[in-house]
Design a protein around this ligand. Structure first.
Ligand code: CDP
Length: 217
């Protein structure tokens, strides 16, 4: 069984997906962390996106996703980069990196491989539209820009004292715009996805709404 969960930045997709998977006792894959890991590679190696041979760069990257006790770690050429994935520097560049066709092809192949022969909740931007168009369940999680920015601000404010709510709001808006208008697999609700608006829901509310739909089908 594939449960596809897509939606814009800060909508609570990953936290919700993780808890839904835990309740159902199945695997969870957060695909955003894979695109973030590739972005870490570009940053760490000072690669300029306009000046590289993207195919050979992608061939030189080995990306592995480890899932243990419900926690996901990402290895880049053997190094565990999980702690670097959610930094603001990565968040600022990730949309650009993930708009590259060769990057997406490699990530989608790995996502399909990981999901083979198992039940899984998989969250991202293009899961219900491109990666698993035949998923048994598809959800599109959304929320107002205000509440998404506030959630992200609460998550990051302790680790970065220069951040302001306004800055985060701008960044999220820019990233959503970039993700929704890119040519390759844009962020888009699949026609048959169920919308969950989480503006006024907390995490357990979101999880329960999804579980109810799954259990009643
Ligand atoms: O957690 P947050 O909503 O901020 O973002 P994320 O899920 O970690 O995804 C980070 C970025 O990766 C997105 O802004 C997209 O540019 C890209 N992404 C994508 O293109 N396709 C996916 N399936 C997942 C993420």
């Amino acid at each position: 069984m594939i449960i596809a969960i897509d939606g814009p930045a800060g909508s609570g997709k990953s936290t919700t997906s993780k808890l839904v998977a835990k309740k159902l006792d199945i695997a969870h894959l957060d695909t955003g962390s894979m695109y973030r890991a590739i972005t870490v590679y570009f940053i760490n190696n000072n690669l300029n996106l306009n000046e590289i041979d993207i195919s050979s760069v992608m061939n030189s990257i080995k990306l592995e996703v480890l899932i243990s006790n419900g926690e996901q770690s990402v290895l880049l050429n053997g190094d565990n980069v999980t702690s670097m994935l959610r930094s603001n520097k990565v968040s600022k560049l990730v949309s650009k990196v993930s708009s590259i066709r060769e990057v997406r092809q490699k990530m989608v192949n790995i996502q399909r491989e990981i999901s083979q022969d198992k039940s899984i909740v998989i969250d991202g931007r293009d899961i219900g539209t491109v990666v698993f168009p035949n998923a048994e369940y598809k959800f599109f999680i959304t929320a107002s820009i205000e509440s998404r920015a506030q959630r992200r601000f609460d998550e990051l404010k302790d680790s970065d004292s220069n951040l302001t709510l306004e800055k985060i709001k701008e960044e999220i808006k820019n990233r959503d715009h970039y993700d929704s208008t890119r040519e390759n697999s844009p962020l888009k609700k699949a026609n048959d996805a169920i919308i969950i608006d989480t503006t006024h829901l907390n995490i357990s509310g979101q999880v329960n709404e999804i579980l109810e739909i799954i259990n009643n089908n």
